[in-house]
Design a protein around this ligand. Structure first.
Ligand code: FAD
Ligand code: NAI
Length: 462
């Protein structure tokens, strides 16, 4: 048994970042993690492995689609799936070991095992009970499936199983056209799998800008993904080597059955708080299973805080990290803060999709007087040279003050481009501030400047 200033439960991006910041601020810190490696969902079965497979298959796509156009002659590339998975695992290992190194460097104790909170001020790991002045719950989330859908992680899989399939399936049904469905659907589509996405709504990626949704779905269709929209999945049935999916079309209530080698269930994630003993500790949880917190990440029990996927808000690694830093600063007596209005979202498909701030629909609903500055990558020299001219940058600004309210990008490096707009928004910038900033030529970022120019007197290259 040991005594700590802070014990963080969960070693994902929320938890490990929180632990590091606590240690940097001079607090004696431990982090409890039950997995064999640190890094949580993100490093082990989420962001990092999925991005490795997206990168590898993007290279495959580049080779097949664009090499010949640039005069590079190669034999048709062949995929060694086991080697590709080994590359993915190596990427995971480098990252998880990196976090372990950071723990040692910052003198953070990794308490290996599953933690629970028998009472405020105490954390139990295995048979040991440790004292902690402050406890941070950072236990993350797990895939949430549907009634009638039985996941075996072989034929009917969540994202975790989809990252580890024994072989590349000939066909795959993806349930849910959200971020996971479209990222992993893209991976397998590029590997030659016939991918059919079944989505409950009439649009992909709910909550995103409507114009982006349409362009994104059209682009994915061109790449070969098939979509069945407005379809509520009723059940799945695993056969020996295939699985059946039954869905009902909302428009006429008709029932249909389709089958494929693999079914990926990507219908959202839910907070994971099992075994923590929250009821015993008296920590309140919402109807959706999220640990309830106030504006300073404090639960209703003094000395117990919660962050990341386990609480309300977008389930994103960087949101969890920011909360991890902010709660550490709060515990250390500083003014920890997260600006929830400026949290970017990125989908790492090809092209990438990114967003920050408000959508047009949200501004309309708020009755806000806004203007739109849009610029197509067709007018961007670098994008044309790199066969990456599909897509656009769209900036939304206040019509009267010119202040940037949101931005939506589909196109090359959209996930990186969004950040200059995030910084601008943090500084309360006007579109004109971006438009008057010199951008190097030829870069994709010129498209952002052009969209900002389009909020004023007009873009130059459109
Ligand atoms: P987690 O990362 O889930 O970590 C929680 C940790 O707590 C886990 O390791 C768990 O083992 C541990 N734990 C739980 N209970 C206990 C306990 N009682 N005792 C000890 N340990 C415990 N987000 C992005 O921003 N970008 C992406 O590109 C992205 N890609 C994704 C791809 C996939 C396939 C998935 C599934 C998710 C992706 N996400 C992405 C979401 C991202 O992974 C999560 O938002 C993020 O990991 C949340 O961090 P967290 O620290 O709150 O929780
Ligand atoms: P999601 O919430 O993004 O999408 C789920 C989709 O499933 C929705 O479109 C929904 O309408 C649909 N759906 C629900 N029930 C259905 C039914 N019965 N039949 C058909 N469709 C149905 O969830 P997803 O993709 O599982 O991702 C989970 C979380 O992981 C997200 O919150 C996301 O933030 C995070 N993530 C982030 C990534 C990134 O930042 N690049 C990558 C992957 C995941």
């Amino acid at each position: 048994m040991a005594s700590y200033d802070v014990i963080v439960i969960g070693g994902g991006p929320g938890g490990y970042v929180c632990a590091i910041r606590c240690a940097q601020l001079g607090l004696k810190t431990a982090c409890v993690e039950g997995r064999d490696t640190l890094g949580g969902t993100c490093l082990n079965v989420g962001c990092i492995p999925s991005k490795a497979l997206l990168h590898a298959t993007e290279m495959l796509h580049e080779t097949e689609e664009n090499f010949a156009k640039m005069g590079i002659k190669v034999l048709r590339p062949d995929v060694d799936w086991d080697k590709m998975k080994a590359y993915k695992q190596d990427t995971i290992d480098q990252n998880t070991k990196g976090v372990e190194f950071l723990f040692k460097k910052n003198k953070i104790d990794w308490l290996k095992g599953w933690g629970s909170i028998p009472e405020a001020g105490k954390v139990k790991v295995g048979d040991e009970v440790h004292d902690a002045k402050h406890i941070v719950i950072a236990t993350g989330s797990e895939a949430s499936t549907l009634p009638g859908v039985d996941v075996d992680e072989k034929t009917v899989v969540t994202s975790t199983g989809a990252l580890e399939l024994g072989k590349i399936p000939k066909s795959m049904i993806v349930i849910g056209a959200g971020v996971i469905g479209l990222e992993l659907g893209s991976v397998y589509n590029r590997l030659g799998t016939e991918v059919t996405v079944v989505e409950f709504l009439d649009v992909v990626t709910p909550g995103m800008d409507a114009e982006i949704q349409k362009t994104f779905q059209r682009t994915l269709k061109k790449q070969g993904l098939k979509f069945i929209m407005g379809a509520a999945v009723q059940k799945t049935e695993a056969l020996k080597t295939k699985a059946k999916v039954t869905y009902k079309l909302k428009k006429d209530d008709s029932e249909h059955v389709i089958e494929a080698d693999t079914v990926l269930v990507a219908t959202g994630r839910r907070p994971y708080t099992e075994g923590l003993g929250l009821e015993v500790a008296g920590v309140e949880v919402s109807e959706r299973g999220q640990v309830k917190t106030d504006a300073h990440w404090s639960t209703n029990v003094k000395g117990i805080y919660a962050i990341g996927d386990a609480i309300d808000g977008p389930m994103l690694a960087h949101k969890a990290e920011d909360e991890g830093m902010a709660v550490a600063e709060t515990i250390a007596g500083q003014a920890g803060h997260v600006n929830y209005g400026v949290i970017p979202g990125v989908i790492y498909t090809h092209p990438e999709v990114s967003n920050v701030g408000k959508t047009e629909q949200q501004l309309k609903d708020e009755g806000r007087n806004y203007k739109v500055g849009k610029f197509s990558f067709m007018g961007n020299g670098r994008a044309k040279a790199n066969f990456a001219a599909d897509g656009f940058v769209k900036i939304l600004a206040d019509k009267d003050t010119d202040r940037i309210l949101g931005a939506h990008i589909i196109g090359p490096m959209a996930g990186d481009l969004i950040h200059e707009i995030c910084v601008a928004m943090e500084f309360g910038a006007a579109a004109e501030d971006l438009a008057r900033t010199c951008h190097a030529h030829p870069t994709y970022s010129e498209a952002v400047r052009e969209a900002a120019l389009a909020c004023g007197d007009g873009a130059i290259h459109s």
